[in-house]
Design a protein around this ligand. Structure first.
Ligand SMILES: Cc1cc2nc3c(=O)[nH]c(=O)nc-3n(C[C@H](O)[C@H](O)[C@H](O)COP(=O)(O)O)c2cc1C
Length: 189
């Protein structure tokens, strides 16, 4: 079983970004388990002085969740041309722990077709931060699936077949990279 941690950059009830990741959990092919991270709001403001044991409980939870995952899938909105502050805060907390190092990661970009730059400011920034974290970005698993708030169904999921197919393709590519990564580590031992 390949475990994919799904991290949304939005705290909004009814978030399209969170809906996509919830949908990933619903459509995950056999052999892939998608686990949602629900602790974004609980994280304290990043302060290097607090990045030591004993870590704040919410930070421990985040790092343990990343450490236990074979791969991480992100989905974030763009705010004011950049990453949402609370999500950047989450990413800042991942730097010191090392759990992200060489972790296969990808993102789904749901910026609506009306978005002036397609969320480029947020996603260029996400790429840069994930580079600093030493992750392994799985390009084949990154995709843009433009959505609007109306695309989230009453069940909190995205019903559109094309979007669901893109999510499945992303999960398969991410899991394949994670399996390769795991095999390479096993061979190196
Ligand atoms: C404060 C704020 C700033 C925003 N800035 C941008 C922006 O710079 N570029 C953009 O494409 N969308 C921007 N948006 C629109 C959001 O990205 C959009 O509403 C998105 O769907 C929010 O994601 P969510 O549905 O997961 O909460 C902004 C929204 C808010 C509330």
């Amino acid at each position: 079983m390949t475990k994919v941690l799904a991290v949304s950059g939005s705290l909004r009830d009814g978030s399209t970004n969170s809906a996509v990741l919830r949908t990933a959990g619903a459509v995950a092919p056999e052999g892939i388990e998608v686990l949602g991270f629900g602790g974004l709001a609980a994280l304290p403001h990043f302060n290097p002085d607090d990045d030591r044991e004993p870590l704040p409980a919410a930070v421990r939870e985040l790092r343990d969740a990343i450490g236990a995952a074979d791969a991480v899938l992100f989905c974030t909105p763009e705010y004011a041309g950049a990453l949402p502050g609370s999500f950047k805060n989450l990413l800042d907390w991942t730097i010191g722990g090392g759990e992200m190092y060489e972790k296969p990661v990808a993102w789904l970009n749901v910026s609506s077709i009306a978005a002036p730059t397609g969320g480029a400011g947020a996603h260029d920034s996400l790429r840069a931060v994930l580079g600093y974290a030493g992750t392994s970005i799985v390009e084949d698993a990154c995709a843009r699936v433009p959505l609007s708030r109306q695309d989230v169904g009453p069940d909190g999921l995205i019903g559109d077949a094309g979007t669901r197919a893109a999510i499945v393709a992303s999960l398969r590519a991410l899991a394949a990279a994670a399996d390769e990564h795991r095999d390479a580590w096993a061979d190196a031992r």
